[in-house]
Design a protein around this ligand. Sequence first.
Ligand code: GN1
Ligand code: MG
Length: 358
Amino acid sequence: MELNLDSEVLKAYGYTKENITITQIGTGLINRTYLLSPVLEDKKYILQNINTSVFKNPLAIANNLKAIADYLLLNYPKYLFIKPIPTITGEEMALVDDEYWRMLPYIPNTVSLDVLSDPKQAFEAAKQFGKLSKLLNDFNASSLEPTIPGFHDLGLRYEQFTLALNQTNKQLKGLAKIEIDNALDHRYILDYYNSYTHRSDFPDRVMHHDTKISNVLLNAEAFQGICVIDLDTIMPGKFISDLGDMMRTYLCAFSENETDLSKIKIRLPYFEAMIKGYLSEMKNILTETEKELILFSGRYIIYMQALRFLTDFLNGNIYYPINYPTQNLDRAKNQFKLLAEIALNEKELQGIIEENLV
Ligand code: GN1
Ligand code: MG
């Protein structure tokens, strides 16, 4: 496939279109990602265009990653942290026609999965995200800049939803009636969240903030976790962000794009594996308050994602790319179903958590 990639971007890294093969990869909704295979090298690289309408301050990403990479190199030199490769003039990113690009090493013999097909994968992924937070436990999280201000601030997401509700038109409101009621009915999740945010043993930690399975590289044969990727949203946050997004994306066999809601079910063995993997790294780090909030983390993130999809639908789909007009509404429906499944399985899920905390 011939890609419309400006040769100036390649030039910034010392390549030309003649000495490199380029393929577009990845399934993320936000950034565009390419695999570069230089003809004369064994190594391959990942080239990513940073979506600056989402990441309005790309320098914050570069600064955060540099600070974390330096810290990890000093304290845990064996840990594989994928940091950007500088341009030939030593910049952290290439700026071409007002667009920011960065290049990363491609890690050979690894795979990135779009769906989980074995609980072991949930264990390995959760372990990797837990490990990153554990190694950064003594790193000063507040020294990092939020790369998207208020990204996982449920209060802000709720506010954005009510704003969209007041500004939207009758037709969209009519179509979304059930989901709007659902969003309002679940407001207690926000109240519960607010009752915890100022507790002193609910600290800000370094969070990845996008822990879906495709953001973990696994060994291609044994599916062992190798490292985490997609580091743009590494910033301070509460531990419920990472664990919650794993619950949102690992527990059901079908993604947020599934429209047959009868398929939205929770797989307990995946939950158990995920909890075991995460706690294998974080059990001795989490505070008592955090331990209380393990199951809540799923509710918090699933509700927030439902609000975000619904808000975007009411706003006329300005954030998430869609394939058909009601896709964001369908995604919201899907997330509300998942939220209901958490409630339905609460006892079993809490039981698994408690078994693994002893
Ligand atoms: C976005 O682009 P992707 O898929 O990595 C979003 C996440 C959402 C996710 C839902 C920066 O992530 O917060 O959970 O879509 N990232 C941003 O699919 O908004
Ligand atoms: Mg992402």
